[in-house]
Design a binder for this molecule. Structure first.
Ligand code: HEC
Length: 139
């Protein structure tokens, strides 16, 4: 359950970093770059529940997103839709991640699972978002 506790801390840290170009120490671990890498975005938004690559999660309610046959077959659009709308016990991340962040994470996971399709463009993310009013801002 450690991940569940870490995620809100990372989200608060990310919000603080957005307002302040002097990123706090926790974000410097992501490379200190103004544009975090896709791996850093995965770590920020997803790893708290889904685990870090390449460490697989054993048991528990969170499916591994590396070596994942669904992502291998369906690729970045599948990841983006799950992330934006939530699924089962996973709350929607639509209110917390930008189109660029979603595209980066979705393409990162599609590539990590050797999906063969074209990458998802940033512009293609907006139409995948839930309708206005259907995106909870808290969880
Ligand atoms: C708060 C915990 C939590 C966070 C944060 C989270 N997820 Fe999930 N995710 C889950 C749970 C739980 C499931 C399983 C849902 C179910 O089937 O009940 C899941 C399922 C998924 C699935 C479907 C997996 C499959 O095998 O079909 C995908 C894809 C996914 N998450 C992507 C993401 C991405 C991408 C992020 C980050 C942007 C993310 N998740 C962040 C908890 C989380």
């Amino acid at each position: 359950m450690k991940g569940v506790l870490i995620l809100p801390i990372l989200l608060v840290a990310a919000a603080a970093a957005g307002a302040d170009p002097q990123a706090p120490a926790v974000l410097e671990g992501f490379g200190g770059a103004a544009e975090p890498s896709a791996a850093a975005l995965y770590a920020e938004f997803c790893a708290g529940c889904h685990g870090q690559d390449p460490v697989p999660l054993s048991g528990g309610p969170y499916p591994a997103l590396f070596g994942n046959p669904q992502i291998a077959a369906a690729g970045a659009v599948y990841v983006a839709v799950k992330a934006l709308h939530g699924t089962g016990n996973m709350y929607p991340l639509c209110a917390f991640a930008s189109d660029a962040e979603i595209a980066a994470i979705a393409n990162y996971l599609a590539a990590a699972n050797a999906h063969q399709g074209a990458p998802l463009s940033v512009e293609a993310v907006a139409p995948l978002r839930p309708a206005a009013g259907d995106c909870p801002v808290s969880h």
